[in-house]
Design a protein. Structure first.
Length: 224
């Protein structure tokens, strides 16, 4: 029985619209596992049978090209979730997930998840809405990777980070502990050297200011 994690489940967007009874039902089928920093949770191509929720720590979702170059698709922290596609389509994992910190993850297995959906239509509808939103976000990401300049991609990425973890102060958004240039490069499909040049350009234009890993962005930057 994992009822003590009900508060955590309420904070997960996948379950945030559910009522108390539904949250309690879900709490009965979860279990917890711990992972050290740098540990692989699962690899691309593996058989997937679990949904993961970040209780503590942070993970990265990434892919590698033929030369071993890493592309970071997302960084997921507390109350975030991943692995949901494998619960539905039963296909192999589409990416790698590796911990960025010592992490604790709540886990739901496919057979229990499927039974949950069949027995609780309200849960099924709520989850479908969240998954649809994720697909729209993925489409938006593909769009800006395809059509924006490198400088525009980097700015859009920083704004996305700011939206999740930034603090708004008047007309600015501050990211206290922002991504490294390597993380930006991996997420925007370019080299670290290019990131360095583009950030200098954004600073020169007055769109972004940087102090170590603190980024300050205009709340309404110009279009690219």
């Amino acid at each position: 029985m994992m009822k003590r994690y009900m508060d955590n489940l309420r904070n997960v967007s996948l379950f945030s619209t559910l009522n108390e009874k539904d949250i309690e039902v879900i709490s009965r089928i979860i279990y917890i596992n711990t992972y050290a920093r740098g540990e692989v949770v699962f690899q691309e191509g593996e058989r997937g049978d679990s949904l993961y929720i970040v209780l503590k720590g942070q993970v990265k979702v990434c892919l590698y090209d033929e030369d071993g170059r890493e592309y970071i698709l997302a960084a997921i922290g507390r109350d975030g979730f991943f692995g949901e596609l494998a619960l539905i389509d039963e296909l192999p994992r589409s990416a790698n997930v590796i911990t960025l910190e010592n992490s604790e993850l709540l886990i739901i297995k496919r057979h229990e998840f499927t039974r949950l959906l069949l027995e609780n239509p309200s849960i099924t509808i709520a989850i479908l809405k969240v998954l649809s939103r994720r697909l729209r976000e993925a489409d938006e990401r593909i769009k800006w990777l395809a059509f924006l300049s490198v400088e525009g991609r980097i700015l859009r990425y920083l704004l996305a980070v700011a939206e999740k973890s930034g603090v708004r102060v008047k007309d600015y958004i501050i990211i206290e502990k922002g991504p490294t240039q390597i993380e930006i490069a991996s997420s925007c499909g370019c080299s670290r050297e290019t990131v360095s040049r583009m950030i200098k350009s954004l600073v020169k234009k007055g769109i972004v200011s940087v102090r170590k890993r603190q980024y300050t962005l205009n709340a309404v930057p110009p279009s690219f």
